[in-house]
Design a protein around this ligand. Sequence first.
Ligand code: PGA
Length: 250
Amino acid sequence: MPERTPYIAANWKMNKTVAEAAEFVDALLPRIAATQADVVICPSFLALHEVVERRRGTAVRVAAQNMHEDGTGAFTGEVSAPMLVELDVEAVVLGHSERRQLFGESDEALARKVPAALAADLEPILCVGESEAARDGGETEEVLERQLQADLATVESGDLARVVIAYEPIWAIGTGRTATPEQAQEACAFIRDVVRMRGAAADQMRILYGGSMKPANAAELLALPDVDGGLVGGASLDPEDFAAIVEAAG
Ligand code: PGA
C-alpha cells in the first residue's frame, strides 16, 4: 500500500479577524517546524491573503472554506476558483455540512464545484457525513455513498485521488462527541471502497476524520489505517492545540 502523507487542516469557520489570523500563524509556525505532515489552514476569505503571505517559505498550505463553481458572473457575494488561485491559495473546502445544512449547498452544485476546483489546480477537500438520525437508522453507508456518487459524478476516475475527502459525522461536529475509533475507521474504509469502485487509485487518496478532534483524541484517530488526517474545527483555533494535533500526525 502506498504511504499516504498525513494531512491536518484547520477549519476556522467564521472565526479570526485578519489580525488574529496573523497572530495565529506566527505562533503556529515555530511549533510545527519539524512536522512531516501536510498542514493546511482554512481562514475566512478576508484573512486568506494574510495567511498566504505569513506562511511563505514554509510548507504550510492555505485553503478557502468555499467557492463558486463558475469562474466569473453575476453571483453577488460569491468567490471563484481563479480569484483564490490569484492569491496563491492551494485548496478549498467543499460541501461542509454547515454549508449543506445552513446555506443550501446542494449535491448538484458540488458536482460542478469539485471539477472546477481541480481544473483550477485547487485541491478540493470534500466533506461528507451522516446526520445523527441517519446513523441511528443504520443509513450511514447509504448517505455516504449517495453523497460521494453525486458530488464526484463528473470527476474523471484518474483525477479522483487528487480529491481529499473529509468524513465528518454531523453529530460529532462542534458537539464534543467524537466518533469512536471503530466508527471512524469503518466509515473511512467504506469511503475508500466507494472511491475504489469508481476505478480510482483509492490507496493514494487522503481521507480525513473531522468532528471534535482534539489533542486528547487525535493520536488514536490518526493511527487508524484508513484515517489519513483530520479536519479540525474548534481545536484549530488555538495554536498550541492545533500544533499538538499536527504533532500527533507525525
Ligand atoms: P469541530 O469541527 O472540530 O469543531 O467538531 C470540525 C469541522 O466542522 O470541520
